[in-house]
Design a protein around this ligand. Structure first.
Ligand code: IMP
Ligand code: MG
Length: 183
Protein backbone atom coordinates (compact mmCIF):
# COMPACT_ATOMS: atom_id res chain seq x y z
CA UNK A 1 0.00 0.00 0.00
CA UNK A 2 1.06 3.57 -0.37
CA UNK A 3 1.78 5.77 2.60
CA UNK A 4 -1.68 7.22 2.81
CA UNK A 5 -2.29 9.83 5.49
CA UNK A 6 -4.88 7.45 6.89
CA UNK A 7 -2.41 4.62 7.52
CA UNK A 8 -3.72 3.00 10.73
CA UNK A 9 -0.14 2.24 11.81
CA UNK A 10 0.60 5.93 12.35
CA UNK A 11 -1.10 6.54 15.73
CA UNK A 12 -3.04 9.40 14.19
CA UNK A 13 0.09 11.14 12.94
CA UNK A 14 0.38 12.33 9.36
CA UNK A 15 3.14 11.50 6.93
CA UNK A 16 5.04 14.53 5.74
CA UNK A 17 7.18 12.77 3.18
CA UNK A 18 8.10 9.25 2.14
CA UNK A 19 11.72 9.54 1.02
CA UNK A 20 11.94 5.76 0.47
CA UNK A 21 9.03 3.55 -0.52
CA UNK A 22 8.87 -0.18 0.18
CA UNK A 23 9.61 -0.88 -3.49
CA UNK A 24 12.61 1.46 -3.54
CA UNK A 25 13.96 -0.15 -0.39
CA UNK A 26 13.56 -3.67 -1.81
CA UNK A 27 15.42 -2.73 -4.99
CA UNK A 28 18.26 -1.06 -3.12
CA UNK A 29 18.60 -3.86 -0.54
CA UNK A 30 18.87 -6.43 -3.34
CA UNK A 31 21.68 -4.40 -4.95
CA UNK A 32 23.41 -4.00 -1.61
CA UNK A 33 23.21 -7.75 -1.06
CA UNK A 34 24.89 -8.33 -4.41
CA UNK A 35 27.59 -5.78 -3.53
CA UNK A 36 28.30 -7.53 -0.26
CA UNK A 37 28.30 -10.96 -1.91
CA UNK A 38 30.95 -9.72 -4.35
CA UNK A 39 33.01 -8.02 -1.63
CA UNK A 40 33.53 -11.26 0.29
CA UNK A 41 34.65 -13.79 -2.33
CA UNK A 42 35.63 -16.45 0.17
CA UNK A 43 35.99 -17.26 3.83
CA UNK A 44 33.34 -17.00 6.48
CA UNK A 45 31.27 -13.93 7.28
CA UNK A 46 29.53 -12.85 10.45
CA UNK A 47 26.74 -10.33 9.96
CA UNK A 48 26.32 -8.47 13.21
CA UNK A 49 23.10 -6.49 13.57
CA UNK A 50 22.82 -3.58 15.95
CA UNK A 51 19.45 -3.85 17.70
CA UNK A 52 16.85 -2.77 17.57
CA UNK A 53 16.94 -0.44 14.58
CA UNK A 54 18.55 -2.86 12.13
CA UNK A 55 16.21 -5.80 12.61
CA UNK A 56 14.07 -5.42 9.49
CA UNK A 57 16.90 -4.23 7.26
CA UNK A 58 19.13 -7.07 8.39
CA UNK A 59 16.50 -9.72 7.83
CA UNK A 60 15.90 -8.52 4.27
CA UNK A 61 19.61 -7.95 3.58
CA UNK A 62 20.92 -11.38 4.60
CA UNK A 63 18.45 -13.04 2.25
CA UNK A 64 20.10 -11.12 -0.60
CA UNK A 65 23.65 -12.21 0.27
CA UNK A 66 24.37 -15.33 -1.74
CA UNK A 67 27.23 -16.88 0.22
CA UNK A 68 27.61 -18.67 3.54
CA UNK A 69 27.22 -16.41 6.55
CA UNK A 70 26.26 -16.37 10.18
CA UNK A 71 24.09 -13.85 12.01
CA UNK A 72 24.36 -12.43 15.49
CA UNK A 73 23.18 -9.27 17.19
CA UNK A 74 24.38 -6.77 19.67
CA UNK A 75 22.59 -4.25 21.79
CA UNK A 76 24.37 -1.06 22.72
CA UNK A 77 23.34 1.50 25.24
CA UNK A 78 24.56 5.02 25.72
CA UNK A 79 25.37 5.83 29.27
CA UNK A 80 26.17 8.92 31.16
CA UNK A 81 23.23 11.20 31.11
CA UNK A 82 22.60 12.89 27.83
CA UNK A 83 23.86 10.91 24.88
CA UNK A 84 25.22 14.16 23.55
CA UNK A 85 27.53 14.85 26.46
CA UNK A 86 29.35 11.59 27.06
CA UNK A 87 29.01 9.62 23.86
CA UNK A 88 29.95 6.52 25.84
CA UNK A 89 28.55 3.22 24.67
CA UNK A 90 28.21 0.01 26.59
CA UNK A 91 27.22 -3.41 25.25
CA UNK A 92 24.00 -4.51 26.89
CA UNK A 93 23.91 -7.71 24.89
CA UNK A 94 27.22 -9.07 23.72
CA UNK A 95 27.37 -11.38 20.68
CA UNK A 96 27.61 -15.00 21.72
CA UNK A 97 29.96 -15.84 18.90
CA UNK A 98 33.68 -15.27 19.18
CA UNK A 99 34.77 -12.29 17.08
CA UNK A 100 38.52 -12.85 17.01
CA UNK A 101 39.90 -13.65 13.56
CA UNK A 102 36.52 -13.33 11.85
CA UNK A 103 35.19 -11.20 8.99
CA UNK A 104 32.51 -9.04 10.54
CA UNK A 105 29.93 -6.87 8.86
CA UNK A 106 28.31 -4.52 11.34
CA UNK A 107 24.78 -3.59 10.25
CA UNK A 108 23.25 -0.34 11.47
CA UNK A 109 19.98 1.41 10.63
CA UNK A 110 21.10 5.01 10.31
CA UNK A 111 24.22 7.09 10.78
CA UNK A 112 23.46 10.45 12.33
CA UNK A 113 26.24 11.98 14.46
CA UNK A 114 28.27 8.78 14.07
CA UNK A 115 28.93 8.61 17.79
CA UNK A 116 27.30 5.23 18.40
CA UNK A 117 29.12 3.57 15.54
CA UNK A 118 32.50 5.04 16.42
CA UNK A 119 32.32 3.79 20.00
CA UNK A 120 31.08 0.39 18.88
CA UNK A 121 33.82 0.04 16.30
CA UNK A 122 36.42 0.92 18.95
CA UNK A 123 34.95 -1.76 21.19
CA UNK A 124 34.68 -4.43 18.51
CA UNK A 125 38.19 -3.82 17.19
CA UNK A 126 39.55 -4.71 20.63
CA UNK A 127 38.26 -8.23 19.95
CA UNK A 128 40.69 -8.47 17.04
CA UNK A 129 38.44 -9.47 14.15
CA UNK A 130 40.11 -10.31 10.83
CA UNK A 131 38.07 -7.55 9.18
CA UNK A 132 35.36 -5.20 10.37
CA UNK A 133 33.19 -3.16 8.00
CA UNK A 134 30.08 -1.05 8.41
CA UNK A 135 26.85 -1.41 6.45
CA UNK A 136 24.23 1.27 7.13
CA UNK A 137 20.81 1.45 5.53
CA UNK A 138 20.79 5.24 5.76
CA UNK A 139 23.48 7.86 6.09
CA UNK A 140 22.52 11.46 6.83
CA UNK A 141 26.06 12.55 5.97
CA UNK A 142 26.17 14.89 8.91
CA UNK A 143 28.40 12.64 11.02
CA UNK A 144 31.11 14.66 12.65
CA UNK A 145 32.08 11.97 15.09
CA UNK A 146 32.55 9.02 12.77
CA UNK A 147 36.15 7.88 12.68
CA UNK A 148 35.44 4.91 10.41
CA UNK A 149 34.20 4.75 6.83
CA UNK A 150 30.76 3.34 6.04
CA UNK A 151 31.66 0.76 3.42
CA UNK A 152 28.13 -0.15 2.34
CA UNK A 153 25.33 2.45 2.33
CA UNK A 154 21.73 1.88 1.33
CA UNK A 155 20.66 5.47 0.80
CA UNK A 156 21.84 8.98 1.45
CA UNK A 157 19.18 10.24 3.83
CA UNK A 158 17.71 13.70 4.17
CA UNK A 159 18.59 15.41 7.43
CA UNK A 160 15.21 14.98 9.04
CA UNK A 161 13.82 12.55 11.57
CA UNK A 162 12.82 9.33 9.82
CA UNK A 163 10.70 6.41 10.96
CA UNK A 164 9.79 3.01 9.58
CA UNK A 165 11.57 -0.09 8.30
CA UNK A 166 13.10 -0.55 11.75
CA UNK A 167 13.51 3.10 12.67
CA UNK A 168 11.48 4.30 15.61
CA UNK A 169 10.22 7.35 17.35
CA UNK A 170 9.76 6.48 21.03
CA UNK A 171 9.58 2.80 19.98
CA UNK A 172 6.70 3.37 17.58
CA UNK A 173 6.55 3.03 13.81
CA UNK A 174 9.31 0.44 13.42
CA UNK A 175 6.89 -1.78 11.47
CA UNK A 176 6.13 0.67 8.66
CA UNK A 177 7.17 -1.01 5.39
CA UNK A 178 8.35 2.36 4.06
CA UNK A 179 10.58 5.11 5.47
CA UNK A 180 8.81 8.36 6.26
CA UNK A 181 9.11 11.64 8.06
CA UNK A 182 6.06 12.68 10.07
CA UNK A 183 4.33 16.03 10.55
P1 IMP B 1 24.36 8.63 16.08
O1 IMP B 1 25.15 7.99 17.18
O2 IMP B 1 24.09 10.09 16.35
O3 IMP B 1 24.92 8.40 14.71
O4 IMP B 1 22.89 8.04 16.16
C1 IMP B 1 22.55 6.85 15.56
C2 IMP B 1 21.31 6.27 16.21
O5 IMP B 1 20.35 7.28 16.52
C3 IMP B 1 20.64 5.35 15.23
O6 IMP B 1 21.08 4.02 15.39
C4 IMP B 1 19.17 5.51 15.56
O7 IMP B 1 18.81 4.60 16.59
C5 IMP B 1 19.06 6.92 16.09
N1 IMP B 1 18.64 7.85 15.01
C6 IMP B 1 19.37 8.80 14.41
N2 IMP B 1 18.66 9.46 13.48
C7 IMP B 1 17.44 8.89 13.48
C8 IMP B 1 16.23 9.13 12.71
O8 IMP B 1 16.13 9.99 11.83
N3 IMP B 1 15.17 8.33 13.01
C9 IMP B 1 15.21 7.36 13.97
N4 IMP B 1 16.32 7.10 14.69
C10 IMP B 1 17.41 7.87 14.46
MG1 MG C 1 16.47 4.38 17.94
Amino acid sequence: MTAAAADPRLLGRTVKRVPFSAAQIATRVAALGAEITAAYPDGELLVLGLLKGSFIFLSDLVRQIERPLQVDFLVASSYGDATESSGLVRLVYDPETRLEGRNILLVEDIVDSGRTLTRLMDLLLQRQPKSLEICALLDKHVAQHLRYPVKFTGFDAPNEFLVGYGLDHAENFRHLPYIASLQ
